[in-house]
Design a protein around this ligand. Sequence first.
Ligand SMILES: *Cc1c(COP(=O)(O)O)cnc(C)c1O
Length: 221
Amino acid sequence: MTSKLEAVENNIRRAAAEAGRPATDITLVAVSKTKPNDVITPVLAAGHRTFGENKVQEAAQKWPILRESYPDIDLHLIGPLQSNKVRQAIQIFEVIETVDRPKLARAIARISAEEGRHPRCYIQVNVGQEEQKAGILPQKADDFIRLCRDELKLPLEGLMCIPPAGQDPTPYFTLLKEIADRNGLNKLSMGMSGDFETAIRCGATSVRVGTALFGDRPPLG
Ligand SMILES: *Cc1c(COP(=O)(O)O)cnc(C)c1O
């Protein structure tokens, strides 16, 4: 388990060095979705603190108990967020990476104020303009960034994407970076087990890695 963590960290360091970037610029988000706590605990014990989950309900079941032993966890929501789960998400997550529509952004702003908890936010961009995929369309991203950051005053850190499967992700990662650069955002959550080295070459500041750390998941996990 922790040897996989070391291997992924080494690969991140190598990709960063090849890109001429300091490895400290890149955060590893360990994607623990579908994995039980006894699989997550060794990674926590090894000192890792940044994790990603894609379902609010599953995170609510797993993480409160882990936090009792490891209070400094930085938990990221990386899956779609329904409006009726916003309050629970705000209570559980330090970061919401999947802000992708005005209604959701407004709900996060309102409920964050009510809860007195303000998770850092990323806007998910549907870089491949895929019908079945979440994310704001690239041509609507600038306006949506303005709404989130300037009007709603969300603590917007950057942008997140999941490029189309089975294609070279480079143009999609590059597109995400262009949108971030022209809007003065400097964090990019992009790259998964299969393509995080490419994402680092394209400017990723965090990579979301599940399989390479925790092994395979059941289908549709
Ligand atoms: C599951 C998931 C990941 C991790 O994928 P792996 O290929 O297992 O590394 C990354 N990002 C999102 C949004 C995910 O849902």
